[in-house]
Design a binder for this molecule. Structure first.
Ligand SMILES: C[S@@+](CC[C@H](N)C(=O)[O-])C[C@H]1O[C@@H](n2cnc3c(N)ncnc32)[C@H](O)[C@@H]1O
Length: 425
């Protein structure tokens, strides 16, 4: 494979491309490299490749012309990638795709970036190596070169090496061990000494699943998992991320349709649907709060029907979904109940179709690692100001750019719970 590197700093690549397996691959002509410096394609006395940005602002911008001339000088361009933070995230799937090519050209930006017109004038694919900003595209280009080249047949000694690595099957890799057998009192797992290749392969698969679940659970969504893999994942001991998450549904003080503060009636669907979501996501509990005694009594009758009455005999799943639904008077009672159960006061977060968020979803996930978090939902037209005032923060509204966002409270609860927890068990 031939790589053309368009860069203002050709010397940057000298050492990394000569080291280790890459150096060997170069010697064996498995890979070859050419650097092309846009500065060589300038015509002015100062050999300028950049200029000040139109519209003002800091930094300089790389000009189109020297860069285009540099590109046009390349005899075998192949797919042409522009290193750019806005580009397609570079991952193992893209690495595999690029490893099929015979030639690749990598354009390394510098300064504030490149005149945007280059993308209209040349067939260029922007690619990012991560959500952070580097000084230039050279470091990212090295990542791409290395990840792609090592997938070429015969780059690595054993062809199996690349097929068993992290991401190759959508999972992270299993742990490795080498001599000595016991180190600082730590033993190599016995199975690896057994010589039983089938058992070793099974153990490695299980460890890959375990490692992925522990470090990057979101990868599991796109991994190809067999029935045995799913069974193994379900059996793994783990702390459910949702165990610290609680939901509270307030029927007072909420806004009525006319915008006044009032009290709403219970909705049977809210009891069932939020209960089922709460159970599916392994939440700590679901609280229904109403100050009206007859409404609480009604809630208890409905719950009793499904938990121990006739409903339980026909639909045992529903009894399980409603097992952790609690009926209380108000937000204060929810807070007290969680404090009693967990020994910690919950972080109380309001949800609203409007309003400026004060807490980001990432912060909720972090809080869930060490303390209970209560998401409070308002029935009617949402939580009244006096309810909002009792909370510790406001989550971002759902569909904040939509001109219509009148979701039912049970839909909103399901979406918020999923946004916080997703399938990251
Ligand atoms: C200082 S950066 C310019 C950042 C740009 N002003 C911005 O805010 O997106 C200079 C060059 O580094 C490269 N670069 C920086 N971060 C990158 C990343 N995460 N992925 C790919 N290339 C990157 C690009 O080629 C970019 O043109």
């Amino acid at each position: 494979m031939h790589f053309s590197l368009v860069t203002l700093f050709p010397e940057f690549f000298a050492s990394p491309l000569q080291c280790g397996l890459m150096g060997k691959a170069c010697q064996e002509s498995l890979v070859s490299f050419a650097t092309i410096n846009p500065r060589e394609f300038t015509e002015d006395r100062h050999r300028s490749v950049d200029d000040r940005p139109y519209g003002g602002g800091p930094g300089m911008v790389m000009m189109c012309d020297p860069l285009r001339r540099a590109l046009h000088s390349i005899p075998r361009r192949g797919r042409t990638l522009l290193l750019s933070p806005k580009g397609r995230p570079f991952d193992q799937t893209l690495a595999r795709e690029l490893a099929e090519e015979e030639a690749l050209t990598l354009i390394c930006g510098r300064y504030e970036g490149i005149d945007a017109r280059i993308e209209s004038l040349e067939a260029i694919e922007p690619v990012s190596v991560g959500d952070y900003v580097l000084n230039g595209g050279e470091t990212g280009a090295l990542c791409i070169i290395e990840a792609v080249a090592r997938l070429l047949p015969s780059f690595m000694g054993k062809t199996d090496s690349a097929t068993e690595e992290s991401f190759s099957t959508g999972l992270l890799e299993y742990p490795h061990y080498t001599r000595p057998e016991t180190y600082e009192g730590l033993q190599v797992p016995q199975v690896l000494l057994s010589g039983d290749h089938a058992r070793i392969a099974r153990w490695r698969r299980e460890k890959a699943l375990e490692t992925t679940l522990a470090y990057r659970p979101e990868l599991l969504r796109n991994a190809s998992l067999s029935a045995a893999d799913k069974h193994c994942l379900q059996a793994l001991p783990r702390q459910w991320r949702g165990r610290n998450l609680y939901v509270g549904l307030l029927h007072h003080p909420v806004l009525t349709k006319s915008g006044e503060v009032g009290t709403t009636s219970l909705t049977n669907l809210d009891i069932h649907d939020i209960g089922r979501v709460s159970r599916s996501y392994g939440l700590g509990g679901y609280y229904l709060a109403t100050p009206l005694a007859d409404q609480r009594e009604l809630a208890h009758r409905l719950l009793d029907h499904w938990r121990q009455g006739a409903g339980c005999q026909t639909n045992a799943d529903r009894a399980s979904a409603l097992a952790d639904v609690h009926v209380v008077t108000d937000l204060e009672a929810i807070r007290d109940n969680i404090l009693q159960r967990t020994g910690q006061p919950p972080l109380v977060l309001a949800t609203s179709a409007q309003g400026q968020e004060t807490v980001r979803l990432e912060e909720v996930r972090t809080a869930l690692e060490h303390r209970p978090v209560l998401l409070v939902f308002g029935t009617g037209s949402g939580l009244a100001d006096e309810a909002l005032a009792q909370t510790d923060g406001l989550l971002p509204p759902l569909r904040f750019l939509s001109t219509y966002n009148h979701l039912s409270v049970r839909s909103a609860a399901a979406i918020y719970i999923d946004r916080v927890l997703q399938d990251w068990y």
